[in-house]
Ligand binder design. Structure first.
Ligand SMILES: C[S@@+](CC[C@H](N)C(=O)[O-])C[C@H]1O[C@@H](n2cnc3c(N)ncnc32)[C@H](O)[C@@H]1O
Length: 486
């Protein structure tokens, strides 16, 4: 978009906001922030000091773009009922596409300022995605399943000129811009009178414990606020007739006014919003899947801290222990590792318990299975063996990434990186740091190994197994896998 278009679109948008009844505090400005960082686009900045709990702007509910407000414009009652029966995000996608095709849509000046291009992961090429290496975020993009939904729900609406790419663009804007707001009193009352219920609206629990319906909505101007982890200083308040953006702390003149997108790891921030900043790194997570753990423990013998060799689990034994983990409600297909905080370890209890069950001796395993005993406390499950095996598994998990943490740090320092490549490196670097922190935590486990399945196993000849660094011995050809792929 030309610079002039950007500015003139902002101006048309601002005059439209006033036409539709949006009241803007003169102490705020909608600013072009593109020169302050790639992807920053427009943002809201304080032009004078704000106190805490001041209104930055207020928006009448009639200006909100959602399925309810666009329905009266729907050509036929059959499309009205079709929209109501769709998943929320798809119905809103259809409503926005349909408004975009109307030259005189009430929301035209608003739609004109929504981005044509986004950096969310769904728009990345295969080669750009490969920079994320072993990050599991790549498996969560969901392009194919979204397209199945488009063909099931949007195609039958026969919206002229509607393509998959258009649907992806609109659905991604919804993911990055839309708000879930509680249904307004009037609609609620109408529904109570007619007994109508809305499709699959998300539900919140209201103060009085009643489930409260929410409506996925595009809220002009409210969605012009950027976000940056803990720097949020305003929030959307839906308690009054108009929706209000209110400050939650004093904001000094010149400061940007930030909303809160949530405490997201950078992988998810990139997937959903197409940007990352260093301020989100405290929320980074790394994942280790149970499939990876089982495959490593069944594939080869392990060296124990005492130098004993722990025979690999048979597939049947692994299955039995996994079934027990499921029964004990600690089995997850993938476990999240995060930075530790007060009372929050890097290694989740469920992962610790799963490894404990995989490494427990048969007598104690049977006792849990027969409900003669239960899983012990976290400190007792953190045995030296569990810590050692987990540290080895985590080292192997780290080696699934093509580059090392140190190499990523060098790449970031060297600069000259394309915007998407830089963001991908920041994500994978963050995940490796989390894995390293979890390895350190695992190496502090010191509980007694007496219930562990060491010593029960027939001793294996030297030459097999993982060494202390988690690497397979060079002569173990059959078990060589998952090395670095340079
Ligand atoms: C709700 S919109 C905010 C308004 C947006 N800046 C615009 O001009 O349309 C969310 C999008 O803004 C951008 N964004 C928000 N916060 C950002 C930040 N701290 N740094 C860079 N981009 C950001 C991302 O592209 C994100 O998908």
């Amino acid at each position: 978009m030309e610079v002039d278009d950007f500015q003139s679109d902002t101006e048309s948008f601002l005059s439209w906001l006033s036409e539709v009844g949006v009241r803007i505090n003169p102490k705020m400005v909608l600013k072009d922030l593109r020169s302050e960082g790639e992807g920053r686009g427009r943002g809201v900045v304080a032009a004078a000091d704000f106190e805490e709990d001041e209104i930055v702007f207020s928006i009448p509910r009639s200006a909100v773009l959602n399925v309810q407000n666009t329905m009266p414009g729907c050509e036929s009652s059959s499309s009205t009922s079709t929209l109501s029966s769709m998943p929320n995000w798809l119905a809103l996608t259809a409503a926005i596409i349909s408004q975009g095709q109307k030259p005189h849509s009430k929301w035209a000046p608003y739609l004109a300022i929504l981005p044509q291009q986004l950096d969310s992961l769904i728009f990345w090429s295969e080669s750009e995605l490969s920079e994320l290496q072993a990050s599991t975020v790549v498996t969560k993009i969901g392009r194919k399943s979204a397209e199945e939904m488009f063909s099931q729900h949007i195609e039958p609406l026969s919206l002229p000129g509607c393509t998959n790419e258009m649907c992806h663009r609109v659905a991604s804007i919804i993911m990055a811009y839309a708000f879930d707001i509680p249904e307004d009193q009037e609609t609620k009352q109408q529904e109570n009178e007619t007994g109508a219920t809305e499709g699959d609206a998300d539900e919140l629990v209201s103060d009085d414990g009643e489930e409260e319906k929410t409506v996925l909505s595009m809220i002009p101007l409210a969605d012009m606020l950027n976000a940056d982890a803990e720097r949020n200083n305003a929030r959307l308040c839906c308690d009054n007739e108009d929706l209000e953006m209110r400050t939650i702390k004093p904001i000094a003149k010149g400061e940007e006014i930030f909303n809160d997108y949530g405490q997201l790891p950078r992988s998810d921030l990139l997937r959903r919003y197409g940007y990352v900043t260093e301020n989100y790194q405290v929320y980074d997570v790394a994942e280790i899947s149970s499939q990876f753990i089982i495959s490593e423990l069944t594939n080869g013998p392990l060296n124990t801290p005492e130098g004993d060799i722990l025979a690999p689990l048979t597939l049947q034994d692994a299955k039995k222990r996994t079934a027990l983990a499921e029964r004990e409600d600690i089995f997850e297909s993938s476990y999240d590792l995060a930075y530790s905080g007060p009372g929050e370890p890097a290694i989740p209890d469920e992962l610790l318990a799963f490894l404990y069950l995989l490494l427990l001796d048969n007598d104690n395993l049977n006792a849990i299975e027969n409900s003669q005993s239960t899983l012990p406390s976290r400190s007792k499950m953190g045995t030296e063996l569990v810590g050692q095996v987990l540290a080895n598994l985590l080292r192997l998990r780290e080696q699934e990434y093509v580059t090392t943490l140190e190499e990523d740090e060098e790449l970031l320092q060297a600069g000259n990186l394309k915007h998407r490549t830089r963001m991908a490196i920041q994500v994978r670097q963050g995940e490796k740091r989390v894995i390293r922190a979890a390895i350190l935590e695992a190496s502090t486990f010191t509980a007694n190994n007496k219930r562990m399945r060491i010593g029960q196993e027939p001793k294996l000849p030297a030459g097999g197994g993982l060494n202390q660094n988690g690497k397979r011995r060079a002569d173990d050809h059959t078990n060589m896998k998952k090395g670095r792929h340079r």
